[in-house]
Design a protein around this ligand. Structure first.
Ligand code: SAM
Length: 452
């Protein structure tokens, strides 16, 4: 009765939370299984950013609940953002759920599963639900355990929870709470321990990573706490690359832009959420920058690293978005010359400032604008990837590709490359000559290492 299947919806933070919960469960003797049908306990770690994500999780939970007819002892848990957003009201739709655990309590899941088990063993009627969506001081420090696969090269490290921004479309401040950072020493120690286990690339995670530690650490000599953290991680021997997501354009102060010139482990890739290219909409979204400032930032990053690869988040169909606003988004989208983008159709979220705005955009208009941007992105990614054909790229080798035909790794600009290699290269930085390119990947051949 201890086999746990975890399904995760949404962002990398959710993936990381699930991994930490899985590691804690394993340490307590639970088994993590990858086949849902073999499980005694199903945990859904949910997302609330868009309504579709919530609907998917609700649909899935309903489907699993049907299994309770044959197996009344099956345990179902709803964790994370939707649990936080909806709380006990989830039970109106899903009365068979056993656990509803919010974002600041997710590390308590192993304890709650133990409790549920002992209550049931002592004769508590099957069907009672544990709901815990309270705030917990220091809960950000609990997401630190890892479940590394054999020879895992890349790992996520959570440095902060919550968000103090006030974007009018976004439910995250409600679901994740106020911004709270972890102590710098604990993060450095965690990263060091990962490197000792063979990890070579670390991606720092937070809702607004660039705000890291701003209430806890002084700016010393114009260097923000986030850049101080990057500097300390940069000093870890054996760590080859440091990435981070998700930043906010406002967080790119001169010290962070300059860091890309002096800290080589940062590579040449930045995720820079734009949301809209219209100043009027940026104001309505409560984003504290203009299109002009955003493009200045793009230029500053490419002045430091000319080949800087950029990705972004865009919302199409925000209330009141006109053709003219969308045209302005297209202009910035084209000028920023992105390698990757996540384009979202605006989803009305309850309790957010934009919920009651007039001028909701029809679904078919959102879809059409979505397709326009995806079409532009496809052409752009292909052009930018093709421009790498004939160049030599430094690649961090991750392991066999999904088809098992070649090995794959990523360039300093975060593009995936497939090339013939062997297991002895996993975790190493190797030069790869790029021979071919598609929209999403590069193909190449390893070159001899200098001095080899
Ligand atoms: N750090 C990022 C930023 O710049 O604010 C925010 C990360 S957010 C959790 C992920 C993305 O989801 C956002 O950048 C935004 O594009 C999208 N998103 C958030 N709320 C949304 C909504 N109501 N409808 C559609 N997309 C949304």
């Amino acid at each position: 009765m201890n086999r746990v299947y975890i399904k995760t919806y949404g962002c990398q933070m959710n993936e990381r939370d699930s991994e930490a919960v899985a590691a804690m469960l394993r340490a307590r003797g639970y088994r993590i299984v990858s086949d849902e049908r073999e499980s005694d306990i199903v945990l859904l770690n949910t997302c609330s950013v868009r309504d579709l994500a919530e609907q998917k999780a609700i649909g899935k939970a309903g489907h699993i609940a049907a299994r309770k007819k044959e197996n009344p002892r099956l345990v179902i848990g709803i964790l994370g953002c939707m649990a936080q957003n909806r709380g006990a009201s989830i039970l109106d739709q899903l009365p068979d759920v056993d656990l509803v655990i919010g974002t600041q309590k997710i590390h308590r899941v192993p304890g709650y599963l133990d409790l549920l088990r002992s209550l049931r063993e002592s004769g508590m009627p099957v069907g009672s639900t544990i709901v815990d969506t309270a705030e917990e001081e220091g809960s950000q420090d609990a997401i630190r355990d890892h479940l590394l696969a054999e020879r895992q090269v890349s790992a996520f490290v959570s440095i902060q929870q919550g968000c103090d921004m006030d974007c009018s479309f976004c439910i995250v401040p409600k679901t994740r709470g106020d911004e709270r950072s972890r102590p710098m020493d604990a993060i450095v120690e965690e990263c060091r321990a990962l490197v000792d286990k063979g990890v070579r690339e670390i991606t720092l995670l937070g809702q607004i990573v660039t705000s890291y530690g701003r209430r806890d650490y002084a700016h010393t000599g114009g260097i923000t706490p986030f850049v101080q953290l990057l500097e300390r991680l940069h000093g870890i021997d054996g760590l080859s690359r440091i990435r981070f997501t998700s930043p906010h354009p406002q967080g790119f102060k001169p010290d962070l832009v300059a860091a890309f010139g002096r800290l080589p482990k940062l590579g040449e890739y930045v995720h820079l959420p734009l949301q809209s290219g219209s100043n009027r909409l940026l104001r309505a979204m409560r984003r504290p920058y203009t299109r002009e400032r955003y493009l200045e930032l793009v230029a500053a990053l490419r002045a430091v690293q000319p080949r800087m690869n950029l990705s972004t988040d865009i919302i199409v169909g925000f209330p009141g978005e006109t053709e003219e606003d969308f045209e302005q988004t297209r202009e910035v989208f084209s000028a920023a010359d992105y390698d990757m983008a996540y384009v979202f159709k605006y989803s009305r979220r309850s309790g957010t400032p934009a919920e009651s705005l007039a001028g909701q955009v029809p679904e078919e208009v959102k879809e059409q604008r979505n397709q326009v941007l995806l079409g532009m992105l496809e052409q752009n990614s292909l052009r930018r990837n093709q421009s790498l054909v004939g160049t030599r790229q430094e690649v961090l080798v991750e392991g066999p590709d999904k088809k098992g035909l070649r090995y794959s790794g990523r360039t300093r600009g975060n593009r995936t490359v497939h090339f013939p290699a062997g297991p002895e290269w996993i975790g190493r930085l190797v030069p790869v000559a790029v021979k071919r390119a598609s929209t999403s990947v590069l193909y190449g051949e390893m070159e001899p290492l200098a001095g080899a």
